[in-house]
Ligand binder design. Structure first.
Ligand code: HEM
Length: 192
């Protein structure tokens, strides 16, 4: 990974993805909208977004940044890189966009304590590695930008993988890591 990549998610009446449903998993949800538009690049290059009819529609905008890895060991990173497919594959016609905020208690932990919970106790990487290469993913950090969420997580897969993805979600939500999740919204999407 080189420079951090800013990414903007705008829910409204425009965009590649149709929003099928929005579920408030923990805490407040997000307002209903018809479509999700994903733009890569700095916000100042996106002036076309403001003042257009797209922003007059009910909706919301969340911004995040694709950043460096915080927790992965070299061995984990090598395996992830080898097994992870690219976004935008033909056939990956459904997606989940899951914004997440973790608690003050999480952020007050030291880096080694967080890694301990994230992987040694909760096995986030080990569990979810089984979903590769069926699921293509991208993690966006948004805590430092002052937005309402700490993370904007994005997953793309084929309709045949929906049940497996739901199983992974259930598993992750039963881990110690998720005790620290104080807001989580699940946005289910499809192409078309
Ligand atoms: C972080 C892998 C699924 C939510 C991470 C990291 C890895 C990873 C390697 C650590 C990145 C780092 O070192 O900074 C995967 C894989 C998945 C998967 C391979 C399989 C599809 C999920 C799902 C969710 C999720 C389904 C949400 C429901 C998160 C969050 C973080 C994260 C919020 C950031 C944690 C933090 O920094 O505190 N994931 N993940 N992941 N993942 Fe996953």
């Amino acid at each position: 990974m080189t420079d951090a990549l800013p990414v903007t998610f705008t829910a409204g009446d425009a965009g590649q993805w149709r929003i099928d449903r929005i579920i408030a998993v923990t805490g407040d949800g997000l307002p209903a909208a018809a479509r999700l538009l994903i733009r890569e690049g700095a916000a100042e290059d996106e002036s076309w977004l403001s003042g257009s009819s797209a922003t007059d529609a009910p909706g919301w905008t969340l911004r995040g940044t694709v950043s460096h890895q915080r927790y992965t060991t070299a061995a984990e990173l090598a395996e992830l890189t080898a097994r992870s497919p690219a976004l935008g594959r033909p056939g990956a016609t459904v997606a989940s966009f899951i914004p997440i905020t973790k608690s003050k208690e999480w952020w007050e932990l030291a880096q080694d304590e967080r890694r301990q919970i994230f992987e040694e106790t909760s096995h986030h990487i080990r569990r979810s590695m089984n979903s590769l290469p069926a699921v293509a993913r991208r993690l966006h950090h948004s805590r430092d930008g002052g937005g309402p969420f700490d993370f904007l997580t994005w997953f793309e897969y084929a309709p045949e993988s929906v049940a497996d993805f739901d199983e992974l979600l259930d598993e992750l939500r039963s881990t110690e890591e998720w005790i620290f999740v104080e807001r989580e919204v699940e946005v289910r999407l499809s192409l078309g």
